[in-house]
Design a protein around this ligand. Structure first.
Ligand code: CO
Length: 134
């Protein structure tokens, strides 16, 4: 069902500082910061030849990554994003197999303007998984 790894997301306490490390120390192309109020984060993407790295900084008081950064104040890997062709079909198949979909179960529009869903990390060995329809 799943296809390519679309991105690995890292929660960071300071987006500009995080972006600067990739731009300067690692010599990567980093996109401009993009506010995602629906998801409670501001993001930049680091564009690699085979995938992307997404840096996430909290946006707003009830950002879903605030608790994560309280537990991991210097930042940490937050989620993996896999591509799927049909996100509703993928969701229905996963739910039928017992996996829990976060939120109301309906896809939201993600940072790339495409529908996304998140799967409960306890069902996937402690890894939060994002599915993105491509
Ligand atoms: Co993501």
């Amino acid at each position: 069902m799943i296809g390519r790894l679309n991105h690995v997301a890292i929660a960071v306490p300071d987006l500009e500082a995080g972006a600067a490390k990739y731009r300067t120390a690692l010599g990567a192309n980093v996109t401009a910061p993009q506010a995602e109020p629906d998801h409670g984060v501001t993001v930049v993407f680091i564009e690699l030849p085979n995938t992307k790295i997404e840096l996430l900084e909290p946006l707003g008081e009830d950002s879903p990554i605030r608790g994560f950064l309280e537990k991991n104040p210097s930042g940490g890997i937050h989620h993996l994003c896999y591509e799927v062709e049909d996100i509703r079909a993928a969701r229905d198949q996963l739910k039928a197999g017992g996996a829990r979909v976060l939120g109301d179960g309906e896809p939201k529009i993600g940072a790339h303007g495409k529908p996304v869903l998140f799967l409960h990390p306890k069902d996937f060995d402690g890894a939060l998984i994002e599915l993105e329809e491509v």
